[in-house]
Structure formats: C-alpha cells, structure tokens
Design a protein around this ligand. Sequence first.
Ligand SMILES: [Zn+2]
Length: 326
Amino acid sequence: MKKVPICLVLDDPTPGISVYYTHHNKTVTEDGRPILEYNPNSTLFRFCDIIEKYGIKGKFSVVPMPGNRGDIVNGIDGFPDEELKEWLNTVKKRVLPYFSVGPEMLTHNNAVDVTTDEMIPINECIWASDKDRTVLTPYITKAFSILKEAGLPSLGCTSPWSFGIEVEDEYVQSVSQAVYDVYGSSDCWYYLRGLRNTPNAKPWVEYDDGKCCVVSIPATTFDYIWDTIDTTDTSEKFICSIADKYITADGKGGDIVKVLESGGYPLFITHWQSLISNGLCTGMDVLELIAKRINEHLSDRVEWCSYEEIMQKVLADKKSYPKPKF
Ligand SMILES: [Zn+2]
C-alpha cells in the first residue's frame, strides 16, 4: 500500500520572545497565571529531542521580527544575542533535517513599513486584507530576506492568523515572486487554509503558469494541544485525553485516523505556545505521545514528510491535486 504523507504543522516559533504574549490582548491565562513573555532555549532543545527520537517531520515557522521587538539578525529586545545565536544554530542543525522552515510574515503582531522598519499601528493580518501584490511583495520579500540573512533556507511561508485570505490571488503571486527573488526557486508552498472535517483533505496546486508553481498545503486537524496553555494539570490522564483527540491508544480513533480514513493527509497543527504550555511544556508530552502512537499503529500507512517533501510530491503529479471547493 502506498504510504500517505503525515506532518506536524507548527506555527509561531520564535527565539526568546513569545508572540503569543505580544499579540494576545490578555496578560493572564484562563486560570489566572501571568502569560510568559520569554521562552528559554531549553524549550527548543526539548522539541528537538522529540523530533529526533520519533522522526517527526513537517513545517516550522520562524517569525522574522517577532512582536515588533527587533529581528532575528540584528537582535531581539530583552533576549541575549548569544542565546539568539544558539537558537538559530539549533534550528539549522537539529530542526532543518526534519522540517521545512519558513517565515510567518514579519512580526505576528503589528505591520511594519518595510522602507523604514517603523511599526504601523495595525495588526498585520488586518493590514494585509486590502493590499495588492505591489504592496504585499516587498513585505513578504523582507520576511524571506531576513531568514536568508540568518542562514535559513526556505521555499514557503505561513500566514499569521489568516493573513492574505481576503486577497488570496494577490498574496499567492507575492509569495511566488518573493521566493523567486530571494531564493531563486520558481516553486514554492504556503500555509493559510485549514481543511477540517473535510473528506479527502489534501494539498493542492493553487497557481501554475507553466513556469512558476505555488502549492497550498493546509492543516487538516484542530490544535487541541492549545488547551495545555490554560491549566496547571500535567497529569498522565490529562496528557492522554489530549493525545486521544489526535489518535487513541489503540490507534483506531482520533482526528488523524479519521482524516486518513476519509482519504486525506493528516497534517496536524499545533502552535509553539501550545507545546510550551505557559512554561510547563505539557504540550511537549502530548506531542511525544501522539508521535509514539502514530509510529506504533500507523507506520505501514503513513510516512513523515516535511512541507518541501509534500510540495515535491504534488509537483510530480499535479493532476492528482486539484484545488478543492471551499
Ligand atoms: Zn501564527
């Protein structure tokens, strides 16, 4: 039987500063604890231990100017430069062999004037909603350029929130142009859409003019690990209850299995803040249990793939990946 791609779609990783803290309009978790402003590098080391142990692959965002607090090349306010360097080196050595890295636009907070680096006092998702390619291309090009300068290769990006959804045709052209201008590739991917509870949910060719091709790779589950942010419960029972929503202990239930049985690709999403669980890293335990169950029960049906590997599969057989109706 031909194996189906499976991957972890990971949004919001940043060195040091938490973009969940900077863009969240509350300062405390649902159960009343202060939301942590910074994440230590030990959280990234823990994540790397897990992906290496289980061979997890997927998509890993890097927000280039996280929370309007500087950038990953010139430094982030309140986060030591040596730790920033260590974070980036760890991503290069330990994440890149497994994950496709890409910008999640510039700040995951307020928009930026790309000519001056000044903050525009409007959330970048709202800012993008009425822009065309003449404005979006330089914005997205800046995001890829910062990653390139930081030494990170990339052939695709993630929308913070639903960045670009209102002007998706313009957005797609801008991503294609930005990847071509910065990295010289005429093929690229982007992650914007969620296809949940949709039978046969797969990536698709969003744009193809015979020269340039853009592949849209969706997420096909919800982020249930998010619930670990708002509780101090780190019990095995709680961890199992979250993992069960993706794949049950017997490998027969959960959204990953449902997606697979409907003919789709299990592309399961979570967020950096979900894995860090406001400092308790309960989400890392959940991820580990999910991966263990996938490898135990589904290894004859699925293969871990990065976003670039999924993109290559789509490009090799474009006719099999038509755009779905929304
Ligand atoms: Zn995000």
